[in-house]
Design a protein around this ligand. Structure first.
Ligand code: COA
Length: 390
């Protein structure tokens, strides 16, 4: 009997500055809704996997135990929280898949959430630095943006100023997000605005401007996983053609910051395991916490040689109507980046595409979707390749 896990249903809250006071409230928005979407009752759930980074956003920890507060039928179901920086959501998802694939359960609920906006900016920046190597990087100005400011500086020093390419990536993703009902920023800001330093687009961590950063966000997303032998009874099913996690050294000083080696290895391993090439993919949802991350990820996934990511942008290859649309959802850049929810959200966006339910975001005929989620600056790297099973 097959024990592979499929995605059977999902739910996604809007991302942005939300009235929900905490992750308990955010998780309540999506937990029951995902089960209803899958057509499964809470009584069918064998395991709950929660992704919340926290790290100081909220005093309340132990967040695996919060899901059952809004779903009392889940009170006696084993619940576990995972944390892997900005890849926390994928860590929860992959643990749930391991649970099903080991045969210990047939249905799992995965919930990712983060409440970030209740903290002042300086505190948020410091909390996010938990995803860096504090011994060496705690003093970096600008919080986590400062870490990526350093990466961008190193990249510019080696390959020349790429500010214009970064602005093109920002403009692409902002334009795409106009059609995403869940997105935090639904404004087509345009290339000129993104490429000009101004009062409305200041440097956050030079050379990165505000439009080169993902925003600070609240939000939640959930997935219901089921054993593949249940597909006949499910309303919808998305299967993993492949999934890979590859880690890299945490300190920037231990690696080349201009190349995401862990991400490249994860992509190569996932494409090989799935027996596909990039040419077979209909779209990619990738982790653009900063525009320079998307640029370097083009190179890591194999779309361009090192230092040549700018050609991908210039040629419009990753535009919505390009050869390989990247971030048709608007990406973290415009959709928002509630860190614990992001890994789950990336997979939900891919599922919508594969089911043909992405409405204005839809890539016609989407058949195979790549997802890349990373924790820290390409430290914990997750690549999923998804296809429709029903
Ligand atoms: N991109 C584009 N526009 C943004 C934005 C972003 N990232 N963040 C805020 N804005 C817009 C707001 O919508 C608002 O627009 P309006 O004046 O038209 O209403 C305006 O900028 C001011 O918003 P505000 O929230 O006051 O901005 P801010 O200067 O306090 O914060 C950042 C902007 C970039 C500093 C903040 O979003 C940030 O810290 N981002 C990085 C978060 C991070 O590190 N995440 C982890 C990544 S791994």
């Amino acid at each position: 009997m097959s024990k592979r896990a499929v995605i059977a249903g999902w739910s996604h809250s809007p991302f942005g500055k939300l009235d929900d006071p905490d992750t308990e409230s955010l998780m309540a928005r999506v937990s029951g809704a995902a089960l209803a979407h899958a057509g499964l009752s809470a009584g069918a759930v064998d395991g709950i996997y929660v992704g919340v980074m926290n790290g100081g956003f909220q005093k309340q920890d132990f967040q695996g135990a919060l899901v059952a507060l809004s779903q009392p039928e889940l009170a006696y179901v084993p619940a576990t929280r995972l944390e892997n920086a900005c890849a926390t959501g994928s860590a929860a998802l992959y643990a749930a898949m391991d649970f099903i694939e080991s045969g210990r359960g047939r249905v799992a609920l995965v919930v990712g959430a983060e409440k970030m906006t209740s903290r002042p900016n300086a505190e948020i920046g410091d909390i996010l630095l938990n995803a860096s190597y504090r011994k060496e990087e705690a003093g970096i100005d600008g919080g986590f943006a400062g870490v990526f400011g350093r990466i961008a500086t190193a990249y510019f020093e080696r390959y020349g100023d790429q500010s214009e390419s970064l602005a093109r990536i920002a403009a692409k993703n902002h334009k795409n997000a106009v059609d995403n009902p869940y997105a935090q920023i639904r404004k087509d800001l345009g290339f000129d605005f993104c490429n000009t330093v101004s009062d409305k687009n200041p440097y956050v961590a030079a050379p990165l401007r505000r439009t080169d950063c993902s925003p600070v966000s609240d939000g939640a997303a959930a997935l219901v996983l089921a054993s593949e032998d249940m597909v006949g009874d499910l309303r919808r099913a998305i299967r993993f053609r492949a999934r890979q996690q590859v880690n890299d050294f945490l300190p920037l000083s231990r690696r080349d910051p201009t190349a995401f080696e862990g991400a490249a290895r994860a992509w190569r391993a996932a494409l090989a395991a799935g027996k596909v090439s990039l040419d077979d993919l209909s779209l990619v949802e990738t982790h653009d916490c900063f525009t320079v991350a998307e640029l370097i990820e083009y190179e890591a996934m194999g779309l361009a040689a090192p230092g040549e990511g700018r050609k991908v942008v210039l040629e419009g290859l990753t535009a919505k109507d390009g050869r390989l649309p990247v971030n048709p959802s608007g990406g973290l850049k415009a959709k928002g980046h509630p860190v614990g929810a992001t890994g789950v959200s990336l997979h939900v966006m891919a599922c919508l595409q594969l089911m043909g339910e992405a409405q204005g975001m839809q890539i016609p005929g989407a058949a195979l979707a790549g997802v890349f989620n990373m924790g820290g600056a390409a430290v914990a790297n997750y690549v999923s390749i998804l296809e429709r099973a029903k």
